[in-house]
Design a protein around this ligand. Structure first.
Ligand code: GDP
Length: 137
Protein backbone atom coordinates (compact mmCIF):
# COMPACT_ATOMS: atom_id res chain seq x y z
CA UNK A 1 0.00 0.00 0.00
CA UNK A 2 1.20 3.47 -0.88
CA UNK A 3 -0.02 6.97 0.01
CA UNK A 4 -0.02 10.09 -2.17
CA UNK A 5 -1.20 13.67 -1.82
CA UNK A 6 -3.93 15.03 -4.06
CA UNK A 7 -5.08 18.65 -4.09
CA UNK A 8 -8.34 19.61 -5.76
CA UNK A 9 -7.35 23.09 -6.94
CA UNK A 10 -9.44 26.31 -6.64
CA UNK A 11 -10.88 26.05 -10.19
CA UNK A 12 -12.38 22.60 -9.55
CA UNK A 13 -13.63 23.57 -6.08
CA UNK A 14 -15.37 26.64 -7.63
CA UNK A 15 -16.95 24.41 -10.30
CA UNK A 16 -18.42 22.21 -7.53
CA UNK A 17 -16.88 19.02 -8.92
CA UNK A 18 -15.13 17.85 -5.73
CA UNK A 19 -17.41 14.80 -5.47
CA UNK A 20 -16.99 13.92 -9.15
CA UNK A 21 -13.20 14.01 -8.81
CA UNK A 22 -13.21 11.92 -5.62
CA UNK A 23 -15.41 9.40 -7.44
CA UNK A 24 -12.62 8.96 -10.04
CA UNK A 25 -10.25 8.02 -7.22
CA UNK A 26 -12.65 5.70 -5.41
CA UNK A 27 -13.79 4.01 -8.62
CA UNK A 28 -10.18 3.23 -9.52
CA UNK A 29 -8.93 1.50 -6.39
CA UNK A 30 -7.85 4.51 -4.32
CA UNK A 31 -9.21 5.24 -0.85
CA UNK A 32 -9.52 8.59 0.96
CA UNK A 33 -7.30 8.21 4.06
CA UNK A 34 -7.94 11.81 5.13
CA UNK A 35 -9.26 15.04 3.65
CA UNK A 36 -9.75 18.74 4.49
CA UNK A 37 -10.77 22.01 2.82
CA UNK A 38 -8.24 24.82 3.25
CA UNK A 39 -7.69 28.40 2.10
CA UNK A 40 -3.92 28.43 1.51
CA UNK A 41 -1.90 31.55 2.33
CA UNK A 42 0.76 32.92 -0.06
CA UNK A 43 3.29 31.61 2.44
CA UNK A 44 1.80 28.07 2.38
CA UNK A 45 1.69 27.97 -1.43
CA UNK A 46 5.26 29.29 -1.82
CA UNK A 47 6.60 26.72 0.62
CA UNK A 48 4.58 23.85 -0.86
CA UNK A 49 5.76 24.64 -4.42
CA UNK A 50 9.32 25.67 -3.40
CA UNK A 51 10.79 23.18 -5.92
CA UNK A 52 9.38 25.41 -8.69
CA UNK A 53 10.59 28.74 -7.27
CA UNK A 54 13.02 29.42 -10.13
CA UNK A 55 10.45 28.61 -12.85
CA UNK A 56 8.88 31.48 -14.83
CA UNK A 57 5.35 30.40 -13.88
CA UNK A 58 6.03 30.30 -10.09
CA UNK A 59 4.26 33.59 -9.21
CA UNK A 60 1.21 32.69 -11.35
CA UNK A 61 1.07 29.24 -9.79
CA UNK A 62 1.16 30.64 -6.24
CA UNK A 63 -1.45 33.33 -7.04
CA UNK A 64 -3.71 30.71 -8.57
CA UNK A 65 -3.40 28.31 -5.62
CA UNK A 66 -4.51 31.03 -3.16
CA UNK A 67 -7.36 32.28 -5.39
CA UNK A 68 -9.90 30.18 -3.46
CA UNK A 69 -10.14 27.19 -1.14
CA UNK A 70 -8.64 23.82 -2.08
CA UNK A 71 -9.49 20.30 -0.94
CA UNK A 72 -6.45 18.36 0.22
CA UNK A 73 -6.66 14.58 0.25
CA UNK A 74 -4.37 11.71 1.20
CA UNK A 75 -5.12 8.84 -1.17
CA UNK A 76 -4.11 5.27 -0.36
CA UNK A 77 -3.88 2.21 -2.57
CA UNK A 78 -1.64 -0.07 -4.59
CA UNK A 79 0.82 2.11 -6.56
CA UNK A 80 -1.22 5.14 -5.44
CA UNK A 81 1.31 7.71 -6.73
CA UNK A 82 1.41 6.38 -10.31
CA UNK A 83 -2.31 5.52 -10.32
CA UNK A 84 -3.24 9.07 -9.26
CA UNK A 85 -0.92 10.59 -11.92
CA UNK A 86 -2.58 8.35 -14.53
CA UNK A 87 -6.08 9.42 -13.45
CA UNK A 88 -5.03 13.12 -13.45
CA UNK A 89 -3.71 13.22 -17.04
CA UNK A 90 -1.06 15.55 -18.50
CA UNK A 91 -0.27 18.90 -16.82
CA UNK A 92 -1.67 20.80 -19.82
CA UNK A 93 -5.33 19.77 -20.20
CA UNK A 94 -5.04 20.19 -24.00
CA UNK A 95 -2.59 17.26 -23.91
CA UNK A 96 -4.45 15.20 -21.30
CA UNK A 97 -5.82 11.84 -22.49
CA UNK A 98 -9.58 11.49 -22.89
CA UNK A 99 -11.32 10.40 -19.70
CA UNK A 100 -8.67 11.82 -17.36
CA UNK A 101 -9.57 14.33 -14.63
CA UNK A 102 -7.73 17.17 -16.35
CA UNK A 103 -9.29 16.41 -19.77
CA UNK A 104 -12.75 16.49 -18.18
CA UNK A 105 -12.48 19.26 -15.56
CA UNK A 106 -9.45 21.51 -16.26
CA UNK A 107 -9.46 24.76 -18.25
CA UNK A 108 -5.78 25.65 -18.69
CA UNK A 109 -2.25 24.78 -17.57
CA UNK A 110 -2.75 27.07 -14.55
CA UNK A 111 -6.32 26.10 -13.74
CA UNK A 112 -5.67 22.38 -14.14
CA UNK A 113 -8.04 21.01 -11.49
CA UNK A 114 -5.69 18.77 -9.49
CA UNK A 115 -2.23 18.33 -8.02
CA UNK A 116 -0.70 14.90 -7.39
CA UNK A 117 2.61 13.93 -5.81
CA UNK A 118 5.11 12.74 -8.44
CA UNK A 119 7.43 10.51 -6.35
CA UNK A 120 7.51 8.58 -3.07
CA UNK A 121 9.85 11.17 -1.56
CA UNK A 122 7.61 14.08 -2.56
CA UNK A 123 4.47 12.24 -1.43
CA UNK A 124 5.94 11.82 2.06
CA UNK A 125 7.04 15.47 2.22
CA UNK A 126 3.71 16.80 0.87
CA UNK A 127 1.57 14.64 3.21
CA UNK A 128 3.64 15.75 6.23
CA UNK A 129 3.30 19.38 5.09
CA UNK A 130 -0.48 19.27 5.57
CA UNK A 131 -1.31 16.44 8.00
CA UNK A 132 -0.18 14.94 11.30
CA UNK A 133 0.04 11.12 11.41
CA UNK A 134 -2.91 10.99 13.83
CA UNK A 135 -5.16 12.57 11.16
CA UNK A 136 -4.55 9.84 8.58
CA UNK A 137 -6.53 6.57 8.70
P1 GDP B 1 2.07 18.51 -12.40
O1 GDP B 1 2.89 17.59 -11.55
O2 GDP B 1 1.42 17.84 -13.58
O3 GDP B 1 1.06 19.30 -11.58
O4 GDP B 1 3.06 19.58 -13.03
P2 GDP B 1 4.40 20.28 -12.48
O5 GDP B 1 4.83 19.70 -11.16
O6 GDP B 1 5.40 20.30 -13.59
O7 GDP B 1 3.94 21.80 -12.27
C1 GDP B 1 3.21 22.17 -11.13
C2 GDP B 1 2.08 23.07 -11.55
O8 GDP B 1 2.63 24.28 -12.10
C3 GDP B 1 1.20 22.52 -12.68
O9 GDP B 1 0.17 21.70 -12.22
C4 GDP B 1 0.68 23.77 -13.34
O10 GDP B 1 -0.46 24.28 -12.63
C5 GDP B 1 1.83 24.73 -13.18
N1 GDP B 1 2.65 24.74 -14.41
C6 GDP B 1 3.52 23.81 -14.83
N2 GDP B 1 4.10 24.14 -16.01
C7 GDP B 1 3.58 25.36 -16.32
C8 GDP B 1 3.80 26.26 -17.41
O11 GDP B 1 4.57 26.01 -18.33
N3 GDP B 1 3.06 27.42 -17.38
C9 GDP B 1 2.19 27.70 -16.36
N4 GDP B 1 1.51 28.85 -16.41
N5 GDP B 1 1.96 26.87 -15.34
C10 GDP B 1 2.65 25.71 -15.30
Amino acid sequence: MEQTLSIIKPDAVKKNVVGKIIDRFESNGLRVATMKKVQLSQCDAKEFYAVHKERPFFADLVDFMVSGPVVIIVLEGLNAIAKNRELMGATDPKEAAAGTIRADFADSIDANAVHGSDSLENAKREIAFFFANREIY
